[in-house]
Design a protein around this ligand. Structure first.
Ligand code: AMP
Length: 883
């Protein structure tokens, strides 16, 4: 079955060559695959590094077993990463190298075989050609010899003179000589040719083929060892790997709920709480001269009825609690039985559910029993007194006789004012209390001049709303801001006693005639999603406008938090508004009455209005914004220069086209939501969102120099290198701020930066930004700025701040190329492919070498090798100083 015996014909020879070509191709492809595998293992290791660094950020200072276990699991993950990296290195420097030399050998072997085969075939052909030549001579010489012999015979028969005869005889002798020699040559050549061919077939060709076969086999065994190497280095089930996972499993198993808190308790234990001093204060009765006694119920003509009523009430409550305890006990018995019926503790889910139920019921039962005991004590107190009195008449309430001119109760009087002065007053009281409750300690009543309309912040020339979180929606403005913005515009204030405290409260009166637009709980066309962020606690509510999907008409909506977010369309028209019940002439009155009545908005929903959620300071009124000239096109609508009337300041206004889908409108506001939290001189400053009506607008500081891209194109050439470095450094400082706030911009480019006074660069356009440490795109990579985006984001959709660093590298390139488009002459996909293959744009003519080195670092293939923005910022500051 050897090559030597079976591959002698041309067809086999061709097949052999084809096989060799195919094998070389296979090895080349193997090489690419292993290369890819190395990359993917390295990326896996990098991704795991993120996992580890995320875990390591947590430092609670607690060393309970759970914390230790997790820390050890993280350490084992690091070991896993170490193995991954080590194996990837070996694959790269050992396996791949061996494969490379095998490919070279394979190519050389093929060449050798082909050359040898051609040489041997040529030799065989030559021997055969020689025979043919000798044969030709032979034919010629035989002919000549016959001719000479016939000539001599002819001359002899004619009897020619001896001289001529002699000549003819000499010629015949010569031709005979030649013929004999050629004959011998021919015979010898024939022998040589046949022997040559016999050896070629029998020995020489088979030897070559067999040699070739052996060489190929040797290379197969080399290949086998390479593949084994590959298998070893990509195997996740080696003893080392298994050991790591064994240790991880051991860590998890080592957790013991019983001992988890032992050390912690020892370290942090404190004495039991002692009862606070809730004793009768003897001082209270100093100077009092009646029948009341310390720690004793007074049972007299004043109190008999009250005690009887109280006793009856307590008895009723006790009964109620008794029932509750019984019902809880029976629930507990059922739950206990269910827990017992979970046969195997392995059924962890079921066991857990029932165990939790039992624990919860036990706790609730314990509390109910305590309440029952308390009530029992109080009941005993009343009963003891009543029993002691028996059927006798109670003694006279002596105090009454001596102090009959005293009024009943100041407290009730004050309360009565609040109630009797009308529903609107109560509603306002609630609203003010709500504001006060949300805004911390109560300040002394402010002088009237402090209360200015809510659109102004009282800070001349500067529009600077507080950076409250849009997501922490129900958080109302801090006190300082509330004074100027959140309290309603008002006429006068008075002091009213509420419980123990004194509160500032709007004069109770009739409807002030405010427009709905001016109500603090009216939020205009703020989209449902934003509104839902504002409604946090049950009873929180507000009114807004939405568009009816079918008719396209605007409708008023009451949004309420009641277990979840509920939205009620306010039925009716001008002059007659209602939910399910009574109708009112204005929406304000409908809401006031709904709030004050405490009735359900609709029976089905059960929702009750408790706390009006007031507009936040960033919610601006559209009427306060004067639009000027158009300065740009945004993704969602035009961008205008404008004036914010309350402060008469220049602003930039991004508008959102009304025709966009609800989804797009939400996305539009995403930018405002993110920008709102940031304040940095290198980040465009957010002023507010105007959503009283369409078009919804994001208002921000006006940055006079326009986009950095246009600036570079028009004025880049006239800037010194030092100035350009300064601009890059400004952008880096802004990005370092964002990075420290876990914000990934995702669209950093010169077109999305603005140039302010003194050429200060400000990061802008947060339309694609995300507040996450790592963000993975799920819906494909539509509308991705390919030439600015890092390879790992393009290939795997994974975004981190390191991706912004890559884009920053491109931004620096743009700065020093004066706004040229990156990767000139290449399409997006060509650029992407080249970058994947390791290509990086060359240093622009005007870019200092040291900046280019920094740029290349930003373009490091491995995201984790790229510098952080804080480092880039410092490096650029250093370079700037050195220029
Ligand atoms: P954007 O939607 O953020 O890309 O904005 C579109 C264009 O409007 C930008 O390229 C700028 O020319 C302009 N622009 C946006 N925001 C501002 C601003 N705050 N100040 C000045 N111009 C701006």
């Amino acid at each position: 079955m050897s090559f030597g015996d079976n591959f002698q014909q041309l067809s086999s020879h061709r097949a052999l060559l084809h096989l060799q070509d195919a094998e070389i191709q296979l090895l080349e492809s193997m090489k690419k695959c292993i290369d890819q595998r190395i990359k993917s293992d390295r990326q896996y290791a990098s991704a795991l590094t993120l996992v580890v660094s995320h875990a390591q950020k947590l430092d609670s200072g607690i060393s309970n077993p759970l914390f230790q276990v997790w820390s050890n699991i993280v350490k084992e993950t690091q070991n896993w990463i170490g193995l991954l990296r080590d194996h990837a290195e070996k694959l790269s420097f050992r396996t791949l190298e061996r494969l490379n030399s095998l490919i070279t050998e394979k190519k050389a072997a093929r060449k050798f075989y082909l050359d040898e085969k051609l040489r041997l075939d040529a030799e065989l052909r030559k021997v055969k050609d020689d025979v043919a030549k000798v044969k030709q001579d032979y034919e010629k010489n035989v002919t000549k010899h016959i001719q000479d012999r016939l000539k001599l015979e002819d001359l002899i028969s004619k009897g020619v003179p001896p001289k001529k005869l002699e000549d003819a005889r000499v010629r015949l002798t010569k031709s005979s000589l030649k013929l004999h020699r050629t004959h011998n040559n021919y015979v010898a050549a024939l022998l040589e040719a046949s022997e040559h061919e016999r050896h070629y077939i029998k020995t020489v060709l088979p030897n070559l083929l067999n040699y070739q076969e052996e060489i190929e086999k040797l290379m197969v065994s080399q290949c086998k060892s390479i593949l084994k190497d590959y298998a070893d280095l990509t195997d996740f089930s080696t003893p080392e790997h298994i050991e790591i996972y064994k240790r991880i499993h051991d860590q998890a198993s080592s957790l013991s709920p019983v001992t988890e808190y032992k050390v912690f308790v020892d370290q942090n234990k404190s004495d039991k709480l002692t009862s606070s001093n809730v004793e009768f204060d003897s001082q209270l009765l100093m100077g009092y001269n009646g029948t009341l006694k310390e720690n004793q119920l007074a049972l007299d003509t004043f109190t008999l009825e009250h005690i009887q009523q109280s006793c009856a009430k307590v008895t009723e409550q006790l009964q109620e609690y008794h029932q509750k305890v019984l019902s809880k006990e029976s629930d507990l018995a059922v739950a206990q039985e269910q827990l017992n019926s979970v046969t195997s503790k392995e059924d962890i889910n079921n066991y857990d559910i029932h165990k939790r139920t039992v624990l919860k019921l036990e706790r609730e039962l314990g509390e109910l029993r305590c309440k029952k005991e308390v009530l029992k004590e109080v009941q005993d107190l009343y009963n003891k007194q009543l029993n002691r009195l028996g059927d006798r008449a109670p003694p006279a309430g002596v105090d009454l006789l001596e102090n009959s001119s005293l009024p009943t109760s100041n407290y009730e009087g004050a309360d009565a004012v609040a109630i009797s002065d009308g529903a609107r007053g109560q509603f306002k009281l609630n609203m003010v209390l709500h504001k006060l409750k949300k805004s911390g300690p109560v300040p002394p009543p402010p002088p009237e001049k402090d209360f200015i309309p809510n659109s102004s912040n009282g800070n001349d020339g500067e529009v600077k709303p507080p950076r409250t979180s849009l997501t922490n929606s129900s958080s109302h403005p801090p006190m300082g801001v509330m004074k100027s913005a959140a309290l309603p515009a008002c006429d006068s204030y008075q002091q009213v006693a509420v419980g123990q405290e004194s509160r500032t409260l709007r004069q109770i009166g009739t409807n002030s005639g405010k427009k709905l637009d001016d109500e603090d709980w009216f939020h205009g066309v703020l989209p449902r999603e934003e509104v839902q962020r504002l409604l946090v606690n049950d009873g929180d509510y507000l009114v807004r406008v939405s568009t009816n999907r079918k008719t396209g008409e605007n409708q008023y909506v009451l949004s309420v938090m009641w277990k979840d977010h509920k939205h009620f369309i306010i039925q009716g028209q001008e002059g007659a508004w209602r939910f399910e019940a009574e109708q009112y002439p204005t929406i304000q009155e409908l809401i006031f009455n709904q709030h004050n009545s405490g009735n359900h908005v609709t029976k089905k929903s059960g929702a009750i209005l408790k706390n009006p959620v007031l507009r936040e300071t960033w919610e601006l009124k559209n009427d306060d914004i004067l639009l000027g000239q158009k300065i740009g096109n945004g993704n969602f609508g035009d961008v205008f220069k404008g004036t914010y009337k309350p402060t008469n300041s220049e602003v930039a206004v991004k508008t959102c086209r009304e025709t966009l889908s609800e989804d797009a409108k939400k996305k539009f506001l995403q930018e405002g939501r993110i920008l709102k939290q940031y304040e940095h001189s290198n980040i465009v400053r957010f002023i507010g969102i105007a959503a009283h009506r369409h078009p919804v607008m994001i208002v921000m500081e006006y940055v006079p120099g326009g986009s950095l891209l246009n600036f570079l194109k028009k004025q880049g050439q006239h800037q010194s290198k030092k100035q350009l470095v300064k601009m890059c450094q400004g952008a880096a400082a802004g990005m370092a701020y964002l990075e420290s706030h876990n914000c990934i911009h995702r669209d950093l480019a010169a077109r999305n930066c603005l140039v302010g006074k003194k050429n200060i660069v400000k990061i802008s356009d947060f339309g694609m930004s995300r507040e996450e440490e790592e963000y993975t795109v799920s819906g494909g990579l539509k509308q991705i700025p390919i030439k600015w985006t890092a390879p790992e984001a393009l290939n795997y959709g994974t975004y981190t701040s390191a991706c912004d660093v890559w884009s920053f590298g491109v931004l620096m390139w743009e700065v020093f190329s004066f706004g040229q488009s990156p990767y000139p002459g290449l399409t997006n996909s060509q650029a992407r492919e080249k970058v994947d293959d390791g290509y990086r744009m060359p240093c622009p003519d005007h870019m200092p070498e040291v900046i280019y080195r920094l740029t290349l670092k930003c373009w490091h293939q491995e995201a984790r090798e790229r510098p952080h923005f804080s480092e880039i910022d410092s490096e650029l500051q250093r370079i700037h100083q050195s220029l």
